[in-house]
Write a new protein. Structure first.
Length: 273
């Protein structure tokens, strides 16, 4: 592999399929959703004589994105993906827990935390409850709740739940690149922390993932696709998607467990009743 390759950030629901990264990443980074657009981007690079490194932009809640990306790469004719490698995911659930704990540490313990992310499938959503539970267990905030943009409960319902549990101040703690809207809930002061990974850290981590993938290719000839194909094996899915296609169907959302309690902050956007 040459000393230079284009970085392709492939995005799922955690980054609003790429929309949430606008203004956060270097303009030289190609930002695409999984599936057809990723397929076309890689084929276009190869035709132009360029090499690419694909980084799945998940924070650990979307292993299916990694597997879908690997399937798309595998579906390309060998000549059209020549020199393109698949990097390890941007982050894992353990990384996300650490980032959220750091954000929560900047929020007064008297505030309730509402860990918030775009809704995914039932397994992705269940993972957010686990993450929030660990943030609460190892933090100083006794009240930590979970909400999903476009899901159930949504942020407004999450804030109302916090109020019913005695909170007068609630901080939305984003657990995704896509930031939630700050709901206007009468009687409750609501703030939103900044993204879990600020732009400077995002650029650094992207560079680390790319460097590791290129090193793996140069030393072992491993393009990362075989590993990526197994990313969702233990994720609870019993279905697969055709090569080259992303999710073409919706997943329901199931919440049959008790909700943990959490809090967090960073850059703040305020909404006061």
């Amino acid at each position: 592999m040459s000393d230079h390759c284009r970085v392709i950030a492939v995005c799922g629901h955690e980054a609003a399929h790429g929309k949430a990264l606008h203004g956060l990443v270097d303009p030289a980074v190609i930002v695409v959703p999984s599936g057809r657009e990723l397929y076309r981007s890689i084929a276009g690079l190869t035709r132009g004589g360029e090499q690419g490194c694909v980084v799945p932009l998940t924070l650990g809640r979307d292993p299916e994105l990694v597997a879908d990306t690997a399937r798309t790469l595998r579906a390309l004719p060998a000549a059209e993906r020549s020199g393109t490698v698949l990097a390890e995911p941007f982050g894992t659930s353990q990384h996300l827990i650490g980032w959220l704990r750091a954000a929560a540490g900047r929020v007064p313990a008297t505030s309730a935390l509402l860990v918030t992310a775009p809704a995914g499938d039932p397994f992705d959503d269940a993972e957010l409850y686990r993450v929030a539970s660990l943030v609460r267990r190892y933090g100083s905030h006794p009240l930590v709740e979970v909400a999903f943009s476009g899901g159930d409960p949504d942020p407004a319902e999450g804030v109302r739940r916090c109020r019913l549990l005695g909170a007068s101040r609630v901080v939305l703690l984003p657990a995704a690149f896509a930031l939630p809207e700050v709901p206007d809930v009468p009687g409750t002061h609501v703030e939103r922390a900044g993204p879990p990974v600020p732009p400077a850290a995002l650029a650094r981590i992207l560079a680390e993932r790319v460097a590791a993938a290129r090193r793996r290719w140069n030393e072992r000839g491993d393009d990362g696709i075989a590993t990526g194909l197994t990313a969702a094996d233990d994720h609870g899915h019993s279905h697969t998607h055709p090569p080259g296609e992303g999710h073409g169907h919706g997943h329901g959302h199931l919440h049959t467990h008790q909700h943990p309690h959490v809090h967090g902050a960073g850059q703040v956007i305020r909404s006061t009743a």
